[in-house]
Design a protein around this ligand. Sequence first.
Ligand SMILES: Cc1cc2nc3c(=O)[nH]c(=O)nc-3n(C[C@H](O)[C@H](O)[C@H](O)COP(=O)(O)OP(=O)(O)OC[C@H]3O[C@@H](n4cnc5c(N)ncnc54)[C@H](O)[C@@H]3O)c2cc1C
Length: 512
Amino acid sequence: MNAPIPSPNLHRPRPHVAVIGAGPGGLASAMLLAASGARVTLFEKDGVVGGRTRTLTTPEGYRFDLGPTFFLYPRILREIFSSCGAELEDEVALTRLDPQYRLIFEGAQQAVLDATADADRMEAAIGALAPGDVQGFRRFMSDNRRKLEVFRPVLERPFLSHRDMMAPSILRSLPQLRPHRQVDQDLRRYFADPRVRLAFGFQTKYLGMSPFRCPSLFTILSFLEYEHGVFHPRGGCGEVSGAMARVAQRLGVDIRLNAPVDRIAFNGRRAVGVEAGGTRHAADAVVLNADFAHAVPRLVPDHLRKDWSDRKIGQARYSCSTFMLYLGVEGQFPQLAHHNVLLAEEYQRNIHQIQAGEIPDVPSIYLQNPGATDASMAPEGHSALYLLVPVPNLRSGADWAAEAPRYRRLALERAKLLGLPDLESRIRYERMVSPQDWQDEFAVGYGATFNLSHDLMQMLSFRPRNRFNDTEGLYLVGGGTHPGSGLPVIYEGARITSRLVQQELALQAVPA
Ligand SMILES: Cc1cc2nc3c(=O)[nH]c(=O)nc-3n(C[C@H](O)[C@H](O)[C@H](O)COP(=O)(O)OP(=O)(O)OC[C@H]3O[C@@H](n4cnc5c(N)ncnc54)[C@H](O)[C@@H]3O)c2cc1C
């Protein structure tokens, strides 16, 4: 049953919150703050909601997710909906995928692993690759179940100062988290075969990181998939953003599209409103969801930011970027699963190249074929294919106007290994998004599609804080703040940020 929405205190004016950006973090915050009695205005620069989590539709009838395609761990968003008097599953049809994805290991003998949450089938699949690793699966699951329990308090609380790192719950969690070990090292405790380790470690790519560098606590990413499932929202992940906007509007949120915020207005260090289209909108608190590296230097004066000055933002470490092809294609492809990941034979070299700012010459690729599950994504007899290639962000200095045509050819060549020999001749619609486009069109700083990287010195209190450092009345939400990037984590971050705003404005906390 849905929790009742607290009624606002009628004896005082409702505090006004301005939210900048209708990405997943902005939408979730707007919902929660409106449900707790605030008057919320959400300013979105584009003509649609969802940010990177939107679905592109073409006149020909193809639908493509722009960014996220793996919808994981719906529990958090389900709880947010229910705090707001709605049911996630009434608003969006979610299908749990089985297999949740197909991994293709390139090599002299190409091997395939269909990842499934069915433990018996998963053990059989691992056994077919590496018989010695079968026992590791259930051990991995039970250890990571414990790890997530220990880590949950860290994910659910804000870090407002470095002192918060010394909180008892954090200190207790440290030994379990093995902070100085990396994902691949940790996986060696369960799996000897590097391909099996990759099957449980490639998910660090969701954070734009490599399993050889990413802190070991992120083995919980693959655990979450097996434990709680990988879902496809019917019509694409943008449908989830659309549903969030509907619920927000029912709660009275004023969503203004095509309304870029030009500046946050300050009185001293206190944010007191936003300026959009030449008009000043006063606010008791401002929640910034726009990409951190792109928006903060533009919207918050540098002299107010000691911890995150322009210089520091310029020197921070950022995730990789992605080169994207969205292809409307004649025909259907039963040889493909819904999610297909081709792991390059020289996966490690591939990753080193990205870290070194080189564009990989033999890249791994990810291909989504949503028609395997959802006929609404393309006209009958056609497919809407989404092809993603991890590449360095714009810090590499690459000239994508020159690189893109060559890289398109390479990506299509690589797709042949997934059983698509004549893909190019079947293309009826095509759109390309390069790292430069992520920055110029989608306002993603350095084209780093997964925000600041998640190394230990950019996490917890070292990450830009939910109550933004050195200012008052300004809050962050989204992949650039704590707890980090990836939809479930961003939704959790929206809960953290909203609670802080609720406390400051003496709003009623909505039941979780
Ligand atoms: C290619 C790709 C694949 C991904 N795959 C997955 C996946 O499978 N699963 C997963 O969980 N996560 C995935 N992610 C990561 C992440 O979940 C998404 O990027 C997510 O959309 C980030 O949410 P956000 O809240 O940070 O806001 P964003 O999506 O970045 O939205 C920010 C919003 O702010 C708006 N804005 C910017 N400047 C202004 C301004 N001045 N005024 C008003 N509005 C402004 C933007 O237009 C945008 O709408 C993927 C990301 C990318 C790019």
